[in-house]
Design a protein around this ligand. Structure first.
Ligand SMILES: [Fe+2]
Ligand SMILES: [Fe+2]
Length: 135
């Protein structure tokens, strides 16, 4: 599995958001790298998966609070997308805890949602955030 690069196409040019998105990429890359280790990778994957889940919850809150504050008309649908993603990641965590070998499936799900969600959904608030001077 290849690392995912946080390239320009994923940048919103809003510092807080890009910082948080970069961290999400980092956790995914830690999981990808750990997966190459074979034996002994489980604990590293577990630690990074847990970090990823709590950071995702934190990041979604950042976006949701800003959208609410700025009366973003997409707030409801964006929050629904977040809730659905949270549920799916937690489901992977359950399977991981049940000793299922989910690493590849997990990584491709994570890459996919990150890319799709940032480019498709997050980009919708960029103009509004910038107009309101969100840094
Ligand atoms: Fe989002
Ligand atoms: Fe986001």
């Amino acid at each position: 599995m290849k690392e995912v690069e946080f390239t320009e196409e994923y940048h919103t040019q809003i510092e807080t958001i890009d910082y948080e998105h970069a961290k999400l990429f980092q956790y995914i890359n830690n999981i990808i790298n750990a997966a190459q280790l074979g034996e002994g990778s489980r604990l590293i994957i577990e630690i990074n998966l847990d970090e990823l889940i709590s950071y995702t919850v934190y990041h979604f809150k950042t976006e949701e609070e800003l959208m609410q504050k700025l009366n973003d008309p997409n707030y409801e649908s964006h929050k629904k997308a977040h809730d659905a993603l949270k549920e799916r990641v937690l489901d992977f965590k359950k399977r991981f805890d049940a000793e299922e070998n989910i690493t590849e499936e997990l990584v491709s799900f994570l890459e996919n949602w990150l890319i799709k969600h940032i480019k498709g959904v997050d980009m919708q608030y960029v103009e509004l955030f910038k107009e309101n001077n969100v840094k």
